[in-house]
Structure formats: C-alpha cells, structure tokens
Design a protein around this ligand. Structure first.
Ligand SMILES: Cc1cc2nc3c(=O)[nH]c(=O)nc-3n(C[C@H](O)[C@H](O)[C@H](O)COP(=O)(O)OP(=O)(O)OC[C@H]3O[C@@H](n4cnc5c(N)ncnc54)[C@H](O)[C@@H]3O)c2cc1C
Length: 401
C-alpha cells in the first residue's frame, strides 16, 4: 500500500531535501520533542542542526546565499518538521514570513542588508500585527509611528509575537498617518517597520521591551511574547519598501505564505497522530484481539487517513498556486481552514484510540492534543478563513441576472 501524503511531480532536488529533513526529524527531533516540550525548553540543538542544513535560507534567493526553493518545497519541509514537533516549525515560520516580505517588498539596500544573514540563520525574524485589543481586526491597530526628522517615533503595545524573544529582526505593523490626508482608509495608513534588536528579554533596544514568555497550554519551547514600544526611534530607511502606507498589503501578502505554512503544520501533526494511532491500535488488545480488529477502530483509522490525504492535497495545491505567481488567497484560506480542522479531529481520534493512556504525559499524543488547537487560531481563525473564502466565491460566482 502507498504511504499517506505522497506528492507527485517533485524534482530530484526536492526529493533529496525532503529525505534529508525527514531523516533529521526522525533522528534529532522526535526522540527529544516531548521531553523538551514538557520543560518548555528552547530546542537550541535542533535549531543549530536546521541552520547547518541551510533550512533558514530555504526560500531565500541564491543571490543572497539561500537555496532559492519554492513555497511548495518549504511547505513540505514544514509538514515533515511539524510531524516531529510543531514548535520547531513555529521557529522557522515567522522567519520565512519576514524573509518573504523583504524579498517581495524590500528596497535593494534592505535586501542586501538582511537577506544574506537571514539565509545563514544569523538574523532570525518575527512578525507582529496583533495587539492586546485585536487580532482578527487588523484595521483597528492603535500602535502609532510619528515622523521626526529622519526618524519615526513608535509607541504602542503588541501581543503574541512568535519568536519575540529569540528573534533579532521584527517586522512591526503600526499606524502611520504621515503624508496621508485625514480620513485615509485604515488599511492605507499602515506601515511595516523593520525593527532590529538584541535577542532576549527586558529592554532589548532603547524604547523597546520584550517583557517575557507568555505561558501557553501547548506549542511550548518556542517563545511567544508581548512587545512594548515607548518612544522607540527607527530610522526612515527601515520602513519596509521605503514608502509608508503599504504595510497592510505587505503583511497580508506575508500572511498568505504563513497560511500555507499553518496548513502544512496541520498536515504534519495529523500525520503523526495517525502514525501513533495506527501503531497503538495494533498493540492494544481488548476482548481477545487487537483493537485495530474492531470495526469501530478500523473506521476511525480510515477516517483519519482520509483526512490526512485530503488536507495534504489541498495544502500542496495552495503552495503550487502561489509558486505559479497567481493569487492564492482562496486556496490558502481553504487549505488552512480544512487542514487545521482535520488536524484537530485526527488528533482527537488518535487520543481516543489510546484510551486512558492518551491522558498520560508519557504518551506523545498528549502533547499533540495540546498543540492542535493553536492551528485553529494562528494566521487567522477559522471564521476569518471562511470570510475570505466566502468573499472570493461571491467574486467568482457573481450573479449575472
Ligand atoms: C500561540 C500564538 C502565536 C501567535 N503568533 C503571532 C505572531 O507571531 N504574530 C502576530 O501578529 N500574531 C500572532 N498570534 C495572534 C493570532 O494571529 C490571533 O490570536 C488571531 O488572529 C485571533 O485574534 P484574537 O486572538 O484577537 O481573537 P479575536 O479577533 O478577538 O477573535 C475572537 C473570536 O471572534 C471571532 N471573530 C472575530 N471577528 C469575527 C467576525 N468578523 N465574524 C465572525 N467571527 C469573528 C474569531 O474567529 C474568534 O473566534 C498568535 C496567537 C497565538 C495563540
């Protein structure tokens, strides 16, 4: 029988990269993931290994020292990594969103300055849209930048920065009314600033504080933080793309890549849950036979495998669409929505198959059970995906009567 989640039409290079990543995941991530996660410990050794493999530069063009690979290659790598431990995929995701935004929208000087060191993993990226009072409604951002000579002065509080502590470059979205007439639409008065800082916590640059790690139910190991700007001075040449007022569009472009990434994570976590479920079901006996021989459990396995396949196919389709240069908001929204919902369901079924042992911290499924819900929220909730999908459908199927 064919294994689940195979991808047709990959090049030799893509297959080689994936085989290397899969091997790394099996040998270096899976054996230590649950223990590190329970200790909420940053996986430094794993990150060093990813750096050595060149993964931080996977999608960065070769002229800047990266591997110049496609979004599809990246997404398939993320799927493999999330199969090992979702937190590790979180460490590379925000890095890639920032590198992608720089590649697509940065000035030449910004690309030359950041991308080579990002490709080497020496500069690591985080991105920051959310605030304590908003996540879905990005147009309501209250953090502000005010021009002062050759600099901007930034004030406000940001929330939920994945890699907020460990990163050294944060793409921060704030409101900047400078140069725009009164009454400009909210999404046209936002600017992305490239904020360089020391990794760590406390005052990491004059006017910039990362208070500490948020204590989370899952997705541990990777740091998630707040960010406080108190008269933070940023030079005008650190406006992404050099022109204010474009931040909303730049971030939305980045988030589309991020949505494919979250879909890929959902696929990876669901695959691992399936693997754990199908193994356990053949070992555990009840009523004189392995539980896999009870039809109710076999049906569960069949449903789980079907969901793994469907999510994988939609994720691959969304990545290929973006790689072809076409708009992929519909495909990315559908893939993110479906893969995260299916992931939660597959994980729950694997948990049920484990009976009481699924509730024990000794079993890996306990960790997956706490990780899956994050995918329902991050990079836009299910409701937000459905709003995007619905809007696009009405564009495509406009009533002509
Ligand atoms: C672990 C973690 C890591 C994160 N990392 C980052 C990061 O790196 N950078 C970053 O910027 N953000 C990050 N986020 C924030 C994340 O993007 C937001 O939490 C998410 O967008 C939802 O926003 P919210 O939490 O403010 O919920 P809200 O927007 O307050 O939504 C609350 C509920 O209302 C629903 N809702 C909202 N509006 C509507 C509507 N119009 N119609 C119907 N339902 C609606 C939502 O779907 C949700 O169910 C992270 C979050 C988590 C939990």
């Amino acid at each position: 029988m064919a294994r689940l989640a195979q991808t047709a039409g990959l090049t030799d290079v893509q297959q080689e990269i994936l085989a290397t990543v899969r091997d790394f995941v099996d040998k270096e991530i899976i054996p230590v993931a649950t223990e590190l996660e329970h200790r909420d410990e940053y996986p430094q050794q794993i990150v060093d290994g990813l750096k050595e493999l060149g993964l931080f530069g996977l999608m960065i063009p070769e002229e800047y020292g990266g591997l110049g690979e496609s979004l599809l290659t990246y997404a398939l790598c993320v799927e493999e990594i999330a199969r090992g431990w979702m937190s590790v995929s979180g460490i590379i995701n925000t890095h890639f969103i920032v590198a992608y935004m720089l590649k697509q929208h940065g000035t030449q000087e910004q690309k030359d300055h950041f991308l080579p060191r990002m490709a080497a993993g020496d500069i690591r990226g985080a991105f920051s849209m959310s605030e304590p009072g908003l996540g879905s409604d990005v147009s309501a951002i209250t953090s502000k930048a005010v021009k002062d000579g050759d600099e901007y002065v930034l004030n406000g509080q940001k929330m939920w920065l994945t890699n907020g502590g460990t990163s050294s470059l944060v793409a921060v979205l704030v409101r900047s009314d400078e140069g725009h007439p009164e009454g400009t639409a909210p999404h046209k008065s936002m600017t992305t600033f490239l904020v360089e800082k020391e990794p760590g916590f406390g005052e990491v640059r004059p006017g910039l504080t990362i208070p500490g790690k948020i204590d989370k139910m899952g997705y541990k190991g990777v740091d998630t933080t707040e960010l406080i700007m108190d008269d933070l001075r940023i030079p005008a040449d650190r406006v992404l793309g050099g022109v204010t007022g474009r931040g909303f569009y730049q971030m939305m472009d980045g988030v589309e890549v991020g949505r494919v990434n979250v879909a890929a994570r959902g696929c990876g976590v669901a695959q691992r849950a399936f693997e754990l479920g199908v193994q356990y079901a053949q070992q555990r006996h009840t009523f004189g036979k392995p539980i896999a021989q009870h039809q109710a459990i076999q049906f569960k396995l069949a449903e789980m495998a079907t969901k793994v396949e469907a999510a994988h196919a939609m994720m691959v389709n969304a990545a290929r669409k973006k790689d072809s240069g076409e708009r992929n908001d519909l495909e990315a929204g559908m893939a993110k929505y479906l893969a995260s919902e299916y992931c939660k369901e597959v994980v729950e079924d694997a948990f049920r198959i484990h009976g009481g042992y699924g509730f024990s911290k000794e079993y890996e499924i306990e960790r997956l059970y706490r990780e899956a819900p994050m995918l329902l929220i991050g990079e836009g909730t299910a409701e937000i995906q459905k709003m995007i999908i619905g809007r696009r459908l009405l564009e495509e199927y406009r009533f002509q009567g």
